[in-house]
Design a protein around this ligand. Sequence first.
Ligand code: DGJ
Length: 719
Amino acid sequence: MAIKFSRNECIFTLTTKRTAYAFQIAKGKYPVHLYYGKKSGEIKPWDPYVVSFSPYLAEFGNTWSPDIFPQEISFFGAGDFRTSALRLAGKDGNSVTSFDYKSYHYIDGTADIPGLPQARGGEDVKTLCITMEDKVTGCLLNLYYTVFYECDVITRHMELINKKKDDVVIEKCMSMTLDLPNDEYDMITLYGGHYDERNLSRNPIAHGNQSIFSRRGASSPQFNPFFALCDHKATENKGDVYGFNLVYSGSFLAEVEVDQMGHTRVQTGLGSECFRYTLKGGERFVSPEAVMTYSAKGFGEMSRNFHKFVLGHILPEKAVKNPHPVVLNTWEACYFNIDEEKLVAFAEESAKCGFDMLVMDDGWFGARNHDHAGLGDWTPNPEKFKNGLKSFVDRVKAKGISFGIWIEPEMINPDSELYRAHPDWCLRVPGRPTSLSRDQLVLDMSNPSVIAYLKGIFAKTFDGVAIDYFKWDMNRHLSEVGSAALPPEQQCEVFYRYQKGVYELLQWFNETFPDAMIETCSGGGGRYDLGMMCYGWQIWASDNTHPYDRIWMQRSALMGYPAATMSCHVSNPGENEKSLDFRYKVAVGGMLGYELNILRMTEPIKAIMSRQTKEYHRYESLIRTGEYYSLACPFETCYECHYYANEEHSQFLFGLSFKRSAKAGFVTAPMKISLADKNATYRDLLSDKVYSGEELKNGLRFTASGEEYEAILMWLVKE
Ligand code: DGJ
C-alpha cells in the first residue's frame, strides 16, 4: 500500500519503491512534516520545543509554534515568519491566512487539474487528499499528494474552493512546501539565456532565501524550473539528492529558505509577483503540479527517476512508443527565403540520405520575408506557393518523406493583417508604451476570442493538408502584461490565464491533428519544461547547434529530462568529414535531426549522412527509452561520457566526446559500464570489436589526440 494512515499517532506515510514521505496531523489541526528520504524504520511524531520570540497558540502551550515546526503547507501571517505557500485576502482586505485540518480521502490514480497539464496516472499511482478549512474566508483547501510508486516520485498540488459568496484574492500560491530538518545542502540549478541554455550551477545554500524564477511568462532559459538539493559531497553515484520540478510553462518561483534553526524550506509554484487571482464565491482554483523525487545514490538515480516519470507519465504515450523522425529543418539553410522548388529538391535529397521528414521553418506565410512582418497571418504566402500549401506538401510527400511546418501561434507583428484588424488582441497596458522584442508583440492568449480565432485560422490553413509535425515556437517574453478583455481587478491574472490559453490551444492541436506530432521551441530551448512536455514529443534544445556547446547543454538537460525530449540537430559541417562525425556523435545524445543546406553538401558528406541515419534508426529506441548513466560530466572535466542501457541490460549505446580543451595524450579515467554482465561478451556493432563484460565493468580508458572533433560511439550488444 503506497499510502498509509496510522490512526493512533495520526501519521500519514507515503511510500514509493525506495523512498518514504511522512507527516502527522498534530493537535488535530496542523499537518506537520516528519520525514522525506530513504525508506527506513520507525517514523516518530514531532517533538515540539520552545524558541523565544516564536508565536504560539495559547490553547496548545508555548511549544507549538507554527514558526518552528515543519509544515506541509505554510500560511502567511499566522505565526510562521518563514516564506509562505499560501496568502489569501478575504473581504476584510486582510491577508492573514490560516487553515485547519478537516479530513482526508484516497483517490485511485490522480486528481484532475482542469485546464493545466498534469502527470498521467497508472496502475501504481495513488493520491491522498488532505482537506483543510478556514472558517473566516469560508474556503476549503485540498492538498493533493500523488504517489508514483515505480518512479520514486511524489507530486503535489493544491485546490482552493471558495464556499462563500464573497470574493477571496489569492495573493501567493505555491504548489508545495517541504521543510527539511537541516541546511547542509548544495543547490543545483540550470541557468542561462538564449543560445546559452542550461548551464549548471552548484552552490551551498545559506541562511536567508535563495530562489530561481521566471517573470517572463515562459519558464525561460534564464532559470529552468528543475532544481535539486544535495548533500555537499553528493556525486553522480553517491549522496542524498532531492530533485524538484513544476508541470508548468509560465512564470514561476522556486524558493529555498534557511531559517534561524537551520531548517530548510523548499517551495515551488506560481509565486506572487506575476500572479494574483480573484476567486469568486463558488469557484475553485487549482495550482500547477509540483514534482519531487529523492535519491540516496546521487544525481544519477535522481535523473533516472525523473526520466522514468517523464517517459511514463508526462510525454504523450505515442512520443515514447514511436520512433521520433530524423528531420531536415530548413531554418539555418534558408532562414526566411522559402522557395517551393528549392524545398522540393531538399525533400528529394533528404529522402536519399535516409531522413524521415522535411520541416519547413519560419517564412512560409503572410508577408513573412523577414522578422518584421507577417506574424499572425497564418495563410500560406501565395507568391511562395503558387498552387497552395496542399499541392506543395503533396510534392514533398511524393519524394517519400513526411512533412513538418513551423508556427508561432502566440505572436504577432505590428506589421500584419491581424494586427491592423485587431490591435486590441495583443498584451498591453493602456497609456503605456508596449515594448517590441524581435519586432513582435504578444497575442493576448488569456482572451477567448484570440484562442477561437487561432483555432479557426489554423483549421482553415491546414484543412486537408497532410501535416505530420508542427514546430511550435515562441520568440519573445511577455512585457506590459495587460488584457483588454479583463476588468481591472483581474489584470493580475493575465500571466496565468495566458498560460492556460496556450495549453488550450496545444490541446486543440493534438485533438484536431491527431496524427501529427508537436515539437515545442522557444527561441531554442527557452520553454524546456514539464508543462510543454505534456503536449509535444520533443523540444528544440537550443539555437546554438555548435557541438562543443551542445555537449554541456545536453548533459545538463539530462539532469531532469530524458533524452526523448531533446531535439538535437547536426548543423553544417562544411566539407569536414571529421566535424560531421563529431556533430553526429554529439547529436545522438538525444533525438537526431539535421539543419543544413543539403543541396550544397558534397557527395562524400551525403554518403556519410546516409550511413548515419541508417545506423541511428537501428538504435534510436535505446536513446528514446533507455536508462541514462553519466560517466563523466563536461562541467568537471575535458570530456563527456555516458551510456544508454535497454531494460534487459543487454545493449548499451556508449558515447564519449572530448571537449576542445582536451590536450594531446590526455587519458580518461576508466569509463565503467557497471551494468555489463561480467560473464558475457559484447560486440560493438559499429566497429565489430568484441569486449568481455569484465573489461567493460572495469572500465575502458580513452586517449585524446589533441585534434579537433574527437568522439567515440559504441553500440554494445550482448552475444
Ligand atoms: C527560433 C528557433 O529556435 C529557430 O530554430 C527558428 O525556428 C526561428 N525561431 C524561426 O524564427
